[in-house]
Design a protein around this ligand. Structure first.
Ligand code: ADP
Ligand code: MG
Length: 673
């Protein structure tokens, strides 16, 4: 019997360190994590007669294996297992791809239920799985898994945990649950994993979503309502030094930049903690604003930290900022997971003793080893890429340091308040003067010639090109193969040019080497999965081609496009896509005719109301597993009110130990992840 919900998974019968490691790859460490690891969909295993099936429908078919299963292998790791299945008087072909081990489970005459996608034309089933004959319900849960752990194994483990389920205490008060018709946690886990009907699944999902929002808002409320967190000494920065900084810039600050710098300086000069969100379109020049804030903190005798989501970006910011500030004797360090151990130790030491003024880095900044002598300013770039806890961990390294969060995917103010708590909002609404607009165009794959011709022309003129192809998690390997093929094809076509592939599975220093060569002009065509998405700045790259553009969200496309248009010349962005839906077409039209990020984000939100599958994850809003901020906005507002009321009465949650325990546990887990 499980005693404590937060016990490690190894407390479960038959779970050893190996399984525990596999589970850890999904961020499942405890029984609690396992129980609250919910399916992302359910396969409906209701039987449908063959003659009622539509082409492409996913379905469960039951029949008898009629021919000897035949296994063919292609290359490394790829295989097809095929056999005929007799269903009453019909025969269909069943193909299993890349599951060679299933051969042992099959023989002529065996009765079998298989789930897969039906092809009307070929009279065949592209099968995903064999379904055990005795199912508790027609709904079979499907979980997000990876190569370390199989669907079936996870289902078994969850079953095991459910069977030994201890009392799960509720974190949402009873009165609220009855008011909003929410399931208790005990019911919730049962219903999510083993729903009795599609309706029950839907109902459970609603509770799961609210629970997730509620937990998020309780943490926000704890952060933003704690009065102690608001006091901080006024920073006596040197205005004349900041004027000197302005003089070293190769350009004049834009009016919007001046305005937001003043807003920031005014916050810093007051005896309370700054909490400011800076929204500004891609390329609007947020980095230089950050530079001013940093230098202000330094002249006031404090240290500053700048955290960014990717290594590439950390490098780029470091190169820029360290250079500019070096002229003023400011010492800046770069800290990422690729920093060598010796160097790391040196940085830790010098941050602690105050020799270093500024540190720029990735998640490496929130490691326990990092401590500061006098951290007065925390800047978080592309802040939506970080969770509440991650941001908070960096902030907690100072004594109520000023906080500046920056984002290039602007969201409406009300949404910002709900998503980020009580922050002041600054906006850079206009790009610096003199920018040539980017010529954007949507083309279908049948018009690729036009794109290739343009590429040729731009290469001949000495410019560089980004080629982007999507990488969607569910089928990472396939996508990566596509990216490799694409890069090979381009290399064959543009024989005289350096064509290089950059993707997310590469080691950090390998990526950096490639980016550095690209920035230095040694690579002409950079084929990339979306790793170049944020922040990268190479002015000589004036063209971008985005393949399968309809698989990206609008905001992300805009982010990507923002990599070009940074030089003095005309630049070109081609969106290559053959969208099949009306919304898909609409999105391609919008992105190719709208260049204003604020406007796009509004359009994106409107469209997303109609269910834009891939846009969700990339909208620039905090991500949730069970719901999303836009479609479920009302639930989020309720969760926020509720959380605030609770924290106001009981800031340390002493009257709700179950909730307190879950929050404490979540915090601990985020540290491991
Ligand atoms: P983002 O807001 O996307 O982070 P960056 O800070 O990377 O944008 O700035 C984009 C480019 O614009 C950089 O090359 C930067 O040097 C340049 N830039 C920033 N401010 C100005 C300005 N006022 N005038 C001209 N160029 C500017
Ligand atoms: Mg930036």
């Amino acid at each position: 019997m499980i005693e404590n919900l937060f016990d490690p998974v190894t407390k479960l019968k038959g779970v050893g360190t190996k399984t525990a490691e596999a589970l850890a790859s999904l961020s499942i460490y405890s029984i609690y994590d396992l129980l609250f690891y919910f399916p992302y969909r359910y396969d409906d295993l209701e039987m449908i007669p063959l003659d009622q099936l539509e082409d492409g429908q996913k379905v469960l078919l039951k029949g008898i294996v009629a021919t000897e299963p035949f296994l063919s292998r292609f290359g490394y790791k790829k295989s097809r297992l095929s056999f005929k299945l007799r269903i009453d008087h019909d025969i269909i072909m069943v193909n299993f791809f890349n599951q060679p081990w299933l051969k042992n489970q099959l023989e002529i005459g065996k009765e079998l239920a298989v789930y897969g996608k039906y092809s009307l034309l070929k009279q065949s089933l592209s099968a995903f799985k064999i379904v055990a004959s005795r199912q508790d319900s027609d709904l079979s849960p499907v979980y997000p898994v990876n190569r370390h752990i199989k669907q079936k194994k996870l289902i078994d483990l969850i079953k095991l945990a459910l069977n030994e389920l201890p009392d799960v205490e509720d974190i949402i008060p009873q009165s609220i649950r009855s008011k909003y018709k929410l399931l208790s946690d005990q019911e919730l886990v049962k219903w999510m994993h083993q729903p009795a009907s599609p309706k029950a699944a839907k109902f459970a999902k609603r509770s799961a979503m609210f629970r997730e929002f509620f937990l998020f808002q309780v943490q926000l409320a704890q952060l933003s309502m704690n009065p102690a967190s608001k006091k901080a000494p006024a920073k006596k920065y040197s205005s004349s030094e900041l004027d000197n900084l302005a003089k070293t810039l190769p350009f004049e600050l834009s009016p919007d930049q001046k305005k937001v710098i003043n807003e920031i300086l005014s916050d810093m000069g007051q005896a309370k903690q700054m909490r400011r969100l800076l929204q500004g379109d891609v390329g609007s020049g947020k980095t230089v604003v950050a530079e001013f804030a940093i230098y202000a903190a330094i002249t006031a005798g404090y240290q500053a930290a700048l955290m960014v989501p990717t290594e590439i970006l950390a490098n780029q910011h470091f190169n820029k900022i360290a250079n500019t500030l070096a002229q003023f004797g400011v010492r800046v360090a770069l800290l990422t997971s690729s920093t060598k151990t010796m160097e790391k130790r040196e940085i830790y030491r010098e941050l602690t003793d105050g020799t270093l003024n500024v540190v720029i880095g990735t998640h490496a900044l929130i490691q326990a080893n990092v401590s500061f002598k006098k951290l007065g300013l925390v800047i978080i770039d592309e802040q939506h890429r970080f969770g509440v806890n991650q941001r908070q961990k960096l902030i907690a390294k100072g004594d109520n340091p000023d906080v500046l969060a920056m984002t290039a995917t602007p969201i409406p103010r009300t949404l910002a308040l709900t998503a980020y708590g009580e922050m002041d909002v600054s906006e850079i609404r206009h790009l610096p003067a003199g920018r040539k607009p980017i010529v954007s165009k949507w083309v279908t794959t049948s018009h690729l010639d036009e794109v290739l011709a343009k590429m040729k022309e731009q290469l001949a003129a000495g410019f560089q090109i980004y080629v982007v192809t999507p990488l969607i998690e569910e089928s990472e390997n396939i996508d990566l193969k596509n990216a490799k093929e694409l890069s090979q094809k381009l290399a064959n076509y543009f024989k005289d040019e350096q064509v290089v592939l950059l993707h997310g599975q590469m080691a950090g220093d390998e990526k950096d080497d490639i980016m550095t060569s690209f920035a230095a002009g040694q690579i002409q065509i950079l084929v990339a999965t979306s790793v170049i998405e944020v922040g990268v700045d190479v002015p000589n790259a004036n063209m971008m081609v985005i393949f399968d553009a309809d698989r990206f969200g609008l905001s992300q496309l805009h982010q990507l496009r923002g990599r070009i248009g940074r030089g003095q010349t005309e630049s070109y962005c081609y969106f290559v896509a053959d969208p099949k839906t009306e919304i898909g077409k609409k999105r391609m039209q919008i992105i190719s005719t709208t260049s204003n990020g604020f406007k796009l984000s509004e359009e994106d939100l409107k469209l997303r109301g109609q269910g834009d599958l891939f846009g969700k994850a990339q909208s620039g809003l905090p991500e949730f597993r069970q719901g999303d901020l836009v479609n479920d906005y009302n639930a989020m507002v309720v969760a926020q009110e509720l959380a605030r009321a609770i924290i106001k009465k009981d800031p340390n949650l002493n009257q709700n130990p179950a909730l307190k325990a879950v929050i404490a546990y979540n915090k601990k887990i985020k540290e491991i992840d």
